[in-house]
Design a protein around this ligand. Structure first.
Ligand SMILES: [Fe+2]
Length: 234
C-alpha cells in the first residue's frame, strides 16, 4: 500500500516540524508495511507562486533525503502537493508542475466555505481542458456540502476520490466511511499525517478496519489505484 497524502516533509507547512520528526513519521510508515509515501505539502496560491513553492519543497526534500540513511528500511518516496482550490486554477500557468512526481495526477483540496456550482465547473475543467487527473483530497470533509455538488464531483469518472484513514478510525464517522466504501466511492487512502500525535501516520489502522468489512474487493481497488498513481509518478 502507498500513502498518497501526508505532510511529512520538514518545515514547509503545518506538518512535520523538523527532520527528526519526519524520520520518525517515515519509520512508522514502514513499520505499518507502507511501501511508498507521497509527500504532499500544502500549496496555497495566495501565499506562493508555484515556482517559489517548488524551490521551498526541493529544499525540504533534499534536507530530508540527506538524513534518510539513518533509517533501516525507509519507504520509497515521491513529491507532490495538496493544492488548495483557487478560482481560475484550471487556467493557471504552471499548475501541472504541482502534479505528483512525473505523473499528471494532481491532489486538490476543495474549499471549506459553501460550495458553488462554479467550483465544480473549475475542477472539471482541470481534466477536460488541462488533461490532468484530479484526485480529490479527504472527501469526508465535504459531507455537509450541497449533496448534488458532492455527487457531481464524486460520480465524475475523471476524478479519483481520496479519503483519510481517520474517516474509518473515528467512531463517529466509521459507519459512514464503510457505507461509502461499499458503494465503491473510495479510490485512494491517505494518512494526511502532520505529526506524531493526534495526526500521526495511521494507514494500517484504517486498513485493518477495511479488511474486516470488505467483501467486494474495495481494498484491492485502493491498493491497485495507489500503486498506479505511485508508479506513473516515478
Ligand atoms: Fe492534507
Amino acid at each position: 500500500m502507498f500513502d498518497v497524502h501526508c505532510h511529512i516533509l520538514p518545515g514547509i507547512d503545518d506538518g512535520s516540524k523538523d527532520v527528526q520528526m519526519s524520520l520518525e513519521m517515515l519509520r512508522r510508515e514502514s513499520e505499518q508495511g507502507i511501501e511508498g509515501v507521497i509527500f504532499t505539502p500544502h500549496f496555497y496560491a495566495a501565499q506562493n507562486d508555484p515556482q517559489t513553492f517548488l524551490e521551498r519543497r526541493d529544499k525540504a526534500l533534499h534536507e530530508l533525503e540527506s538524513h534518510l540513511g539513518e533509517l533501516d528500511n525507509p519507504p520509497r518516496h515521491l513529491v507532490g502537493a495538496e493544492v488548495h482550490y483557487f478560482r481560475g486554477m484550471s487556467r493557471a500557468e504552471d499548475l501541472e508542475k504541482l502534479c505528483i512526481g512525473r505523473s499528471d495526477y494532481i491532489l486538490i483540496e476543495m474549499p471549506f466555505r459553501d460550495w458553488q456550482p462554479v467550483f465544480i465547473d473549475e475542477i472539471e475543467e482541470i481534466s477536460t481542458v488541462l488533461g490532468l487527473h484530479v484526485i480529490i483530497a479527504h472527501i469526508e470533509r465535504y459531507m455537509d456540502q450541497d449533496k448534488k455538488l458532492v455527487r457531481r464531483l464524486v460520480d465524475n469518472p475523471n476524478h479519483l476520490i481520496q479519503c483519510n484513514a481517520e474517516f474509518f478510525i473515528e467512531k463517529k464517522t466509521a459507519s459512514k466511511a464503510v457505507k461509502f466504501l461499499k458503494k465503491g466511492k473510495i479510490d485512494l487512502l491517505g494518512s494526511d499525517s502532520h505529526n506524531l500525535d493526534e495526526r500521526r501516520p495511521n494507514l494500517s489502522e484504517a486498513l485493518s478496519i477495511i479488511e474486516k468489512v470488505d467483501k467486494k474487493g474495495a481494498l484491492d481497488h485502493i491498493e491497485r489505484m495507489s500503486r498506479t498513481v505511485f508508479e506513473q509518478a516515478l
